[in-house]
Design a protein around this ligand. Sequence first.
Ligand SMILES: NC(=O)c1ccc[n+]([C@@H]2O[C@H](COP(=O)([O-])OP(=O)(O)OC[C@H]3O[C@@H](n4cnc5c(N)ncnc54)[C@H](OP(=O)(O)O)[C@@H]3O)[C@@H](O)[C@H]2O)c1
Length: 370
Amino acid sequence: MAKLPTCRWGIITTGLISSWFVADLVLPRPDAKAHHIIQAIGASSLRKSQAFADTHLKDTPHHKPALYGSYAEVCADASVDCVYIGSPHGVHARDCLAAIAAGKNVLCEKAFAINASEARSVFDAARRAGVYVAEAMWLRHRPLVADLRKLLYEEKVIGDVFRATSDFQMYVDMKNAPATSRYRDLELGAGSLLDIGIYPLTWALLMLDSKLPGDGNGEGEGEGETPRIMAAQSFVEGIEVTTSIVLHYASSGRQGVVTSTTERKKGASQIVATIDGTDGFVEVEGGAPSHPKSFTVYPKWTGDEKPQGKRYDYESAQQGFIYEADNTALDLAAGRKESAVMPWSETIRVMEIMDEVRRQGGCVYPRERV
Ligand SMILES: NC(=O)c1ccc[n+]([C@@H]2O[C@H](COP(=O)([O-])OP(=O)(O)OC[C@H]3O[C@@H](n4cnc5c(N)ncnc54)[C@H](OP(=O)(O)O)[C@@H]3O)[C@@H](O)[C@H]2O)c1
């Protein structure tokens, strides 16, 4: 049996997303594509790193990470193969550039940066340093997405796709959120679009582009088309809280309708995306657009009753971060400097679309004001 690659991770920050990422990596599983080792944890204080390890690694005594009271020490640790960055998106570029300067490979949370210009500066630095950098857009790595794309574009199970919709809802009490909260602080990238709207946007791109990186041989084949964008945004306390986007694909006429709001609580389970085709439709079910758990393929609905569909389930013990982690380990083992699934050009394409949405909607971050 072929030996699995091993990736020794340095975790930067001890917030919510770092805890989810680590929880997935340490769960045992029979179908592992790589070994993951939590090699180091770095936070703004040693006390926080210790508390994180005590909470999230207490049942996994074989993970004995070095604990640091700074991010720089994680980057300086020669035993770390790849740094995982879980800081707020307003400081992603800063944290990526520091890791790259230390010669480290990087997997950085979404949104990858505040805007396309910041993202480009990080990729330029990675190119010069010869290190791997990728955006941790976990949705792209899910087997559910790859299987659904095959059904839509190879088997054409709903005919020609003509529309996709997705909405992400979350409630943030903006008026009472502390000024330091990443949901409130514009320097940290506050706003629904970069935080949650990026997922419905990703659903639209994944469902409407017939060719994408990661479709075929794992070498990043296919390039997405940049759609025309029409967008509106609304604000509370100067923070963008609701974004609506229409995407229009000039080559095919396909449309995406993408919305996000931090003004509404969501249910535990819902339809997180729909895809319409000339011969049928697909509903994707899950906890949120970032967390799809199943999808159902329906024939064309012409009568009164909803037709019978065929359901595909993807429930697993992990939340789903393991797929991006596995793919990062495989990229590194293959010597790639970009993710085969989420290459730099895709991150830039998404950031440019969000730049255009914000240009039309009026969301400007303080550092963008000239
Ligand atoms: N993939 C997903 O589904 C998903 C879900 C949630 C969030 N995210 C992304 O992950 C990132 C972090 O979100 P989160 O919910 O984990 O946030 P969080 O719980 O607030 O944690 C963020 C961490 O960043 C550091 N931090 C906090 N405030 C900071 C500041 N003012 N300046 C610099 N660093 C600061 C802190 O690290 P220390 O521990 O070092 O003090 C904190 O623990 C965001 O970019 C978000 O978009 C992704």
